[in-house]
Design a protein. Structure first.
Length: 94
């Protein structure tokens, strides 16, 4: 895990402990049990989900940001159409 994720997880765990204290529930350990008890996801998982959703909306044009879009580079493997193995399955297994 990166240092940022560890810090984020530490803050989240501290919040959970404080929240359980406020609502007067007994301390639940480990913190994964707290997450399951409260029916929420880890902040790091939510961050990955939100970043991937943002990237998808940016690519599909739902978000209009002409400054960020040119910074995205895709690696696309080229298809070698001269290789007879490429079309082998199309001719013999149809």
């Amino acid at each position: 895990m990166s240092k940022q994720n560890l810090m984020l997880e530490s803050v989240q765990n501290s919040f959970f402990t404080f929240y359980l204290f406020l609502i007067r529930l007994p301390q639940i350990s480990p913190h994964n049990n707290i997450i399951n008890f409260l029916n929420i996801s880890l902040l790091s998982n939510r961050r990955i989900f939100l970043l991937s959703t943002f990237l998808q909306k940016l690519i599909l044009g739902s978000i209009d940001c002409h400054d960020i879009l040119p910074l995205i580079h895709f690696k696309i493997n080229s298809l070698n159409i001269k290789d007879p193995k490429t079309f082998l399955s199309v001719f013999f297994f149809k």
